[in-house]
Ligand binder design. Sequence first.
Ligand code: ADP
Length: 373
Amino acid sequence: MQALPPLSSWTDRLRALTILGSIGLISVLHVLTPGPAEAANHMASHGLHSALEGLYYIPLLLAGYWWGRWPAGTCGVLVTGVYGLHTQFQLGGILDPANRGRLLALIIFPAVAFTTGLLADRLRRETQALLDAERQVRRAEMLAALGELSAGLAHEIRNPLASIRGAADVLAASFAPGSRDEEFARLLVSEVQRLDRVVCDFLQFARPGRAGDEFADPGACIQATFSLLRSPAAKANVKFTFDGAADGRLVRCPPEALRQVMLNLCLNALQAIGQGPGTVSVQAEAPHPERMRLVVDDTGPGVPPEQREAIFRPFHTTKDHGTGLGLSVVAKIVSGCGGTVHVTDGPEGGARFIVELPLAPPGIQVPVPEVVG
Ligand code: ADP
């Protein structure tokens, strides 16, 4: 809760000057304009005095719209203070029965400012949620288009690969066992097999995600990821930590897909740190009854705000040997499971990736964990 208005930019300072300046100006004019007692015979002055009271609402509404509920509430209290002093010392006292309307105004000023701020805060939150949702939809559409294109391409590659493999098998069988020719033919077979596996994996990425009924234990997936990265992490002097506050809860996502998500995020974190000492810390928390949040923090250089959207696009990379596919795979898997992913600043200056996934319904059994590494 921040009760004071922000003053960090010139726009903020100009807004503060406008609001506080107009409250000050209205107060001075108000004090100088004859009130009902002095203006008994001057209806015009009396009318002006009342109109000036109404003018206070303009800066209060602006404060609510620009700053939100708490700073606007503070401005409301300020107006109540100034107006209260004026009523007390110039208009016969707050408790004077003739000033009942003014007493009510003293309560209404902060209430109007706070309520306007409350509505503006809500509008801002809803607009932000809408923008986020639109960004996610755009990302999903882009990935779907990429998926279709690459699925077609991968299919075209696999057909000739099958022919090459068949021919290499025949060749290998025709050479004398143990000869150099046979060795080369076998090498050809095994390399074709490897290529086929790579294309298969890629096809898996390109295939539309299954939002089916598969569930994963995030704790187990994170531990499996740590095991896979143990050796490069030790070489780079990087420590992995896991805080499983939401341990035991399952998420709606195939376990192998969640492992892939965690692996891509942790590997990126490790690469961002480079040579340690450094730390990659992962937390699993369930702040909402229907969603689990997985947070990956690192002590690397972080992701500059202007790149935070681009890094999720396929083929966007800043690494010499990067493919730029890691985070788009993460985004694709997560959105396919009905979740979201975004990046922000970490608590120690590095990057913080936040993945939110739907929680499994209660009663779903924990799958038997796979031991990796
Ligand atoms: P790749 O790792 O092949 O570059 P990714 O899609 O995984 O592809 O990442 C895209 C880009 O996002 C990276 O090149 C890097 O610039 C940025 N990035 C990803 N993770 C981090 C991180 N933890 N810290 C800083 N930058 C990151």
